[in-house]
Design a protein around this ligand. Structure first.
Ligand code: NAI
Ligand code: MG
Length: 486
């Protein structure tokens, strides 16, 4: 049964409102392409209203910024409890609007709840220093929230991304305007309702659905927005970086995907490595920023490893994402499906060997067969560009020194992995690889406690971890002159 859709309007100043223009847009179920709701389409006027509400909520007498920090934490703990209460509903709604298999949306919800509680526990631990300035001076630092934050979300993990960005900003005492991805507007609205229920004062959280050009660009250029946090494409990340300097100097956090290398050495536990390599590219239909989209396998085990990967891909259960036994659902939309099929054609044309998959499944919804390419070389398009689909590219290498250089020969630097039982190999790799997250004998393993972000074009700044709040804080150094004689 389809989950109930409770909210389709914009959420501004703790009110559900229509767009000023009265416009709406359709949102779809990627399983069959059917329209599931019409959602208010925010634009410049609505972003302006939301930013004004967030600015009022951040004012001098702010009920949020000046709230006892522990109380801010308690509201976030309450939010975590409410996400837990609505756990199944939120997971089903995410799956319905995104095509994410329900087992994965439940896993992300679990992670999201852990994340909220971790950040809630940090809310009252923002402390400054006392500074040993010379003379009769008392000097100290204050860490204060940066202001109104514009949070621009991608469609690939709508609940998780909302939680990451909103909860971190709120724990720091900021107020926010959220612009969800146009493909997945529904769960952000459900979460905003839960934040209101948890006690977030009016204007602290605002959600304006709409498109990148319009709602998104108004937010990135708005002079009253102090900070933008964005996850999405490199192309838009660069535009945001430029916009951040246009009217005021915005702080920027960017997470922009990757072309992450996973290296398999011939001394690795092959059965584990094959299973992990498959999950690392096929999980969520390949629509994961850290997807292991360049699989480097050492020459001695190459052919055997490819056979193992092919068997894994062939056994993968593809189908309706709401079925708990499904492993792979549809791609997010027709545009992404066509883009991925285009990459597969390029792979074939440029000489990669298609071992299995490669085609669309049926003609309803946006399904693609789990696809494996062997004999991929570094210069091929499928080895260079982020595909964001269920396409495993297997590349051969001989030596560790060689593969480190080849793995680093990309503008991206989000994640990397290695399977080896040799400690020296593992340590050399983790030391020299250019990536924000490196995994040894595992992949995709992360938690709220670990900093997350990219080297090079994969991003700017870090999310998560004990210092997560720093991205939403300004440091103020105060010096007070004391009377000379006492
Ligand atoms: P995108 O970067 O265009 O969209 C992400 C968000 O940015 C959406 O909310 C969108 O409305 C907004 N946006 C778009 N243009 C904007 C602008 N000029 N100013 C402000 N906001 C803007 O990503 P898209 O088109 O959905 O996917 C394209 C590619 O990006 C994918 O094929 C994939 O390679 C990559 N991607 C990476 C993600 C990651 O997790 N790092 C997530 C989603 C996509
Ligand atoms: Mg785009």
């Amino acid at each position: 049964m389809a989950p109930q859709i409770k909210y389709t309007k914009l959420f501004i100043d703790n009110q559900w409102v229509d767009a000023v223009s009265g416009k709406t847009f359709e949102t779809y179920n990627p399983h069959d392409g059917s329209v599931i709701a019409r959602v208010a389409e925010g634009d410049e006027a609505d972003i302006n209203l939301a930013v004004a509400a967030a600015k009022r909520a951040f004012h001098r007498n702010s009920e949020w910024r000046l709230l006892d920090a522990s109380q801010r934490g308690y509201i976030l703990y309450k939010f975590a409890d409410l996400v837990e209460r609505d756990f199944d509903y939120l997971a089903e709604l995410e799956s319905y609007n995104n095509g994410m298999v329900v087992s994965l949306s439940k896993g992300f919800n679990r992670y999201g709840i852990d994340y909220i509680r971790y950040l809630a526990s940090l809310a009252d631990k923002v402390q400054g220093d006392t500074i040993p300035l010379n003379g009769d001076v008392f000097s100290y630092t204050l860490k204060q929230p940066v202001g109104v934050c514009g949070l621009i979300l991608p469609w690939n993990g709508p609940i998780m991304m909302f939680i990451h960005k909103v909860v971190t900003a709120l724990a720091a005492g900021c107020t926010v305007v959220v612009k969800p991805a146009e493909q997945t507007p529904l769960t952000a609205l459900a979460l905003a309702a839960l934040l209101q229920e948890a006690g977030a004062p009016a204007g602290v959280v605002n959600v304006v659905n709409g498109f990148g050009v319009g709602a998104g660009t108004t937010l990135t250029h708005h002079p009253d927005v102090a900070k933008i946090s964005f996850t999405g494409s490199l192309e838009v990340g660069k535009l945001i970086q430029q916009a951040a300097g246009a009217n005021n100097l915005k702080r920027v956090t960017l997470e922009l995907g990757g072309k992450s290398p996973l290296v398999i050495m011939d001394d690795a536990d092959l059965n584990t490595a094959i299973a992990v390599a498959a999950n690392s590219i096929f999980a969520h239909q390949g629509q994961i920023c850290v997807a292991a989209s360049r699989l480097f396998v050492q020459s001695g085990i190459y052919d055997k490893f490819v056979q193992g990967c092919v068997a894994f891909a062939k056994n993968r259960v593809v189908g309706d994402p709401s079925d708990p036994s499904t492993e792979q659902g549809p791609q997010i939309d027709e545009e992404m499906m066509k883009k991925i099929l285009g990459y597969i054609e390029k792979g074939k044309k440029e000489g990669a060997k298609l071992m299995t998959g490669g085609k669309r499944i049926g003609n309803s919804g946006f399904y693609i067969e789990p696809t494996v390419f062997a004999n991929v070389t570094d210069d091929m398009t499928i080895a260079k560009e982020e595909i964001f689909g269920p396409v495993q590219s297997i590349i051969k290498f001989d030596k560790l020194e060689e593969v480190i250089d080849r793995a680093n020969a990309t503008n991206y630097g989000l994640a990397a992995g290695i399977f080896t039982n040799n400690l020296n190999n593992a340590l050399q790799y983790t030391k020299h690889i250019e990536a924000g997250n490196v995994w040894v004998n595992t992949y995709l393993l992360s938690g709220p406690q670990g900093p997350f972000g990219g080297f090079k074009d994969s991003g700017l700044g870090r999310e998560n971890g004990i210092n997560a709040l720093d991205a939403y804080l300004e440091v103020k150094t105060v010096a007070i002159s004391l009377p000379k004689k006492f």
